[in-house]
Design a binder for this molecule. Structure first.
Ligand SMILES: Cc1cc2nc3c(=O)[nH]c(=O)nc-3n(C[C@H](O)[C@H](O)[C@H](O)COP(=O)(O)OP(=O)(O)OC[C@H]3O[C@@H](n4cnc5c(N)ncnc54)[C@H](O)[C@@H]3O)c2cc1C
Length: 545
């Protein structure tokens, strides 16, 4: 066969690069006290950028989990089958301690090191990060039941991925989930109707439905249910200590927009055995400690998605020529890429500042806990809102190739809206920021103290902070989004001005802050004179030799 055409002007595949070669992330890792983890983060980064890990990510999403409700004889089994690629992804995540180990690691910076691994490894696949995140997040809530924490925490922090339904105490490592949302209410969990009845042996029996419960092959779940003393939090094992299956029936798996490698189930609890965590009637206060940790991972996971989007866009544009010039050298494309890169760097810096605050708060630093309380809610609201448009724009940089599944960009795009829905949907997150602002004045003090550290360094940032101070004096509920956005932008600006690359900080301030901000309504509207080449080079990946 004579060849009919030659393939040219297509970029090389973006495999074999170090995802951790990410200047904003590496600087933040050191600044937030975890420079000691850099070698392992780089190791995870090389693995995440390998053809092997990318293939696992592709396979795990193209072969989504399958629910098996019954065995061939008609017995209920309620098991979910995963493609082997899912198990490979989980094995790496658990081996590198991207779940609960920092809770048992006395080194300052342990939570930051884990955040970096989570951020880098998430580039391989977002879906499996859900059970990894929940296993991280359960620990502070579980500590409200010291006896249960003593029993299960070491297994939740184990670096062995031990898949399968067996009694938790008999396994080498455990994974956790969270079961709150019911058909009639997800944000308003006080509307939960699942009942918890004392079993007489110190435990409880739970009966009711849950409309969303992700990672249902986990070993233990925090579940909200109405006990005699009010809405309470319970730890529910998938398999009872005597080896029998607990009354946790999986009705269906959700057919989701994205996040397809992960299973999210509808669950019916039928006198399922569970143990009380915290006091009866204080279930929301207890489980919110888990939610607060998964919110951090919503921010980190979003930062991962933004970085992946701009990396792919920059790589494509560095290799593709149109109208006689590389796309990356076309002034308007350089503007788009730089704008995407700025958004990504600002998000990464905020995410790591929050991971640092988490680390210090976990070690008893109250000022950092207060800062985190407000800053996390506002940042979670804003960065998650930015993600879908960012993914769409990054996809478009690849032209038609970006719309085709093989590019991986559609997966990124479908994932993008999820973090905003999870763990406090947009409005709920913004209202939570407002609640902190108005009811916990110490959080506003800590937040403005952080901003004040950047005072005088950039006129536009100073203007934005001055305006924010005025704006927060009118904390009307309908202004919650406006205020959360302004807070998040001021925090990102302050971090960039103090610690960021000068070209990134300048372009961020010129476009997103200050009284003369010249930003348009789409990405790619940075003002003339922006040093786009310096900014884009920080997002352009290098293929390893
Ligand atoms: C893929 C996926 C996996 C999930 N996994 C889990 C899981 O493992 N465990 C679990 O418990 N849940 C899980 N969820 C559920 C998720 O947490 C809820 O969907 C979310 O909390 C929103 O609840 P809801 O769907 O009932 O919406 P609603 O609470 O009805 O909210 C609908 C809309 O109203 C807005 N809203 C709510 N209250 C207010 C208000 N006071 N003012 C203004 N606006 C308001 C919300 O922001 C939202 O936009 C999952 C969801 C998805 C999509």
């Amino acid at each position: 066969m004579p060849s009919t055409h030659e393939v040219f002007n297509q970029p090389p595949p973006l495999t074999g690069y170090d995802v951790a070669a990410d200047p904003a992330m590496l600087d933040a890792l050191r600044r937030e006290g975890a420079g000691w983890a850099e070698d392992e983060v780089r190791e995870v980064g090389v693995l995440a950028g390998s053809a092997q890990a990318q293939e696992w990510g592709r396979q795990a999403n193209e072969h989504p989990p399958v629910l098996r409700t019954h065995d061939r004889f008609g017995h209920r089994v309620d098991e979910v089958e995963f493609h082997p690629a899912w198990h490979s992804l989980m094995t790496v995540a658990v081996r590198h301690g991207l779940h609960a180990p920092p809770w048992r690691d006395p080194r300052p910076g342990a939570h930051v090191a884990r955040a970096a691994g989570f951020y880098v490894w998430g580039a391989a696949d977002a879906g499996h990060c859900c059970p990894i995140s929940m296993t991280y997040a359960i620990v502070p809530a579980l500590r409200h039941a010291p006896e249960l924490a003593g029993r299960f925490e070491p297994l939740l922090a184990s670096r062995e991925y031990d898949f399968g339904l067996r009694p938790p105490g008999s396994k080498r490592g455990l994974l956790a989930g969270m079961s709150m949302t019911e058909k009639q209410g997800g944000s308003d969990v006080r509307a939960n109707t699942t009942r918890a009845v004392p079993a007489g042996d110190g435990g409880y029996l739970l009966t009711g439905h849950k409309w969303f419960t992700s990672a249902p092959m986990g070993d233990v779940f925090l579940v909200l249910a109405q006990a005699p003393g009010g809405l309470s939090c319970f730890l529910l094992p998938r398999v009872r200590p005597d080896g029998s299956r607990n009354g946790m029936r999986l009705q269906r798996l959700k057919d989701k927009l994205g996040n397809r490698s992960n299973a999210s189930a509808e669950v019916e609890y039928d006198e399922a055995a569970a143990w009380l965590v915290g006091e009866e009637g204080r279930g929301v206060r207890t489980i919110i400690e888990m939610v607060n940790m998964t919110r951090l991972d919503c921010v980190l996971g979003t930062a991962t998605g933004l970085r992946a989007g701009v990396t792919h866009a920059a790589h494509h544009s560095a290799h593709r020529t149109a109208f006689g010039r590389k796309l990356a050298d076309q002034p308007l494309m350089a503007n788009v890429l730089a704008d995407l890169a700025i958004e990504s760097e600002a998000t990464t810096m905020a995410a790591f500042r929050l991971a640092g605050a988490t680390d210090r708060a976990a070690r008893g630093d109250e000022q950092e806990a207060a800062f985190r309380r407000l800053a996390l809610a506002a940042t979670k609201y804003w960065v998650c809102k930015r993600a879908p448009a960012h993914a769409a724009e990054a996809l478009e940089c690849l032209g038609g190739n970006g719309y085709v599944e093989e590019s991986g960009m559609p997966r990124l795009y479908r994932e993008a809206p999820l973090a905003s829905i999870w763990e406090g949907s947009g409005n709920v997150a913004a209202l939570d920021a407002l609640r902190a602002l108005t009811r916990q004045p110490e959080t506003a003090e800590a937040f403005f103290a952080e901003l004040d550290q950047a005072a005088g360094a950039d006129r536009r940032l100073d203007q934005a902070i001055a305006r924010l101070r005025k704006d927060v004096s009118d904390p009307a509920e309908e202004r919650a989004r406006y205020l959360a956005e302004a807070m998040a932008l001021a925090l990102q600006g302050a971090l960039l001005v103090r610690h960021g690359h000068p070209a990134v900080a300048d372009a961020f301030a010129a476009s997103r802050l200050g009284d003369e901000a010249t930003w348009g309504h789409a990405y790619g509207t940075l003002p003339s004179g922006t040093d786009t080449a310096a900014i884009v080079s920080r997002a352009t990946p290098e293929i390893l030799p």
